[in-house]
Design a protein around this ligand. Sequence first.
Ligand code: PEP
Ligand code: MG
Length: 583
Amino acid sequence: MMKRYHGIPVSPGVAMGKALVLHSEDFFAVPKSQVGTEDIPREVVRFEEALTKTRADLVRIRKNIANKLGHEHSDIFSAHLLILEDRTLIEDVISKIKEEKVGAEYAFSLIIQRYFRAFSQIQDEYLRERVADIRDVGRRVMQNLLGKEKDSLIGLKEKVIVVAHDLAPTETAMMDREHVIAFVTDIGGPTSHTAIMARSLEIPAVVGLDTVSTDIVTGNQIIVDGHRGILIVEPDLATIENYSQQERRFVQLVSELDKLKSLPAETLDGHRIRLEANIEFPDEIPSVLAHGAEGIGLYRTEYFYMNRRDLPNEQEQYEAYRIVVEKLAPSPVIIRTLDLGGDKFLSFLDMPQEMNPFMGWRAIRFCLSEVEIFKTQLRAILRASVHGNLKVMYPMVSNVQEIRRANEILEQAKQELRNEQIAFDNQIDVGIMIEIPSAAITSDILSKEAKFFSIGTNDLIQYSLAVDRINPKIAYLYEPTHPAIIRLIRQVIENSKAAQIPTSVCGEMAADPGMAVLLLGLGIDELSMSPFALPTVKKAIRSVSFKDAQDFAKKATELTTGEEIKHFVKSRMKTILPELFEE
Ligand code: PEP
Ligand code: MG
């Protein structure tokens, strides 16, 4: 019988096909095996050999992935190698073998499961998601101990949709795009590496589906709807036909949208805005260019600091920024300075546990007290600025003093480079993110100190509405269409126009074609989004006149609830762009 599940969409696209269920959870359920005292040295050696073999496997995989996807994705294997070198873990397993006289696989399974439990209970979402890395490494060691492959993704002969309790980032990175047409998991969040990787590989994916990996069996016919976060098991004929039609329309739409690639984001009556891309890794550039971005409106640099043991030095950062800037030249690239804190932490940096991390020692606040870390990044950005059109942007600004203090440190970095006779763009534009209500409300004051604004709606919504952006319990209150948000955005745009500086929106709101038309009508100059969202948004912009968009925005601002504005946007879009907005 047909069954429908709702989860979290993390990578768009629709796929229909047979399920391949990976049973990873019971992998560590190993029966207790008692050994004699004389066998203990042999068990210890078996364990050490499994570690050596796993190390060799990981080094080989890291090399392959670096060639295929670039160093940013392969660095995760360096993190995995570090887990393998964890002395406490190794010694715990060896003591277990010796003290309890048990087989190596049993001892290892007990200890690794203890690690899973400890990590799963960590409050911080980013660290909690690292349990997938430990599971991945654990599974490899176990495979080498048992000498068998289990439910492998290697050597697939037919197209499958992978179903798993959880997928390690390494498994996702190794997916063979030709045979794995989508994947779904029981757990996971949109900020996990697995989700980020799925978007980079453009594989449709839905996570957070609870119990699918136990409900579904290999061979079940399933449909994955990565746009809406839906999974359908054993669909009936009508549903298959419906999705086939949708898929055909989607494929047709994508190929039509591709034709817009080199056309401007211009309304029917000739009003033009810029559409740019958000990136986390330099190797997303081919996708940025393929989707016709006019620049990079947000380069989130914090991912560069993650999955490693230490801080990246100036030279490493310079090289990464330089690649991005050179490949995009002469189009602009906005590098956002480090936005740590909130839900993004570095395991090797001793950052205190806070009661309210999103309202705590985050982003520019962190950088202004960790001046050396900040200055190192600014020096790298300045050095890269001679290779193209680069701008710098400070996140989470809440007052004018923060901009001034950050600019002082930027000046110091410039002076140091001058003294060292290193070239940089002295006129580099400095902009700020508007993502805190105080910044939006005082944007007339801030506009005197910034060359551009970029509205971070993801945070602006959470701070204005007092709704934690990652708490599913109150997700219903997280309303991008709340009148308070529309008013704040309107106010920022008006103030930036008075100051003659451009404003963009780089939060998720920009990727929604209906909201993009609303923002256009409010007078936005630029929108920046995930590369795959660009063609649809461009299509929406090219389907309206500026006059109509202004009227659309005016009517929306007269409504009184988020729900009303949401429905209004949807119904208007059904007439503007029926092929995208019909049910
Ligand atoms: C935002 O807050 O809208 C934004 C773009 O920044 P981030 O999602 O990285 O916080
Ligand atoms: Mg933000």
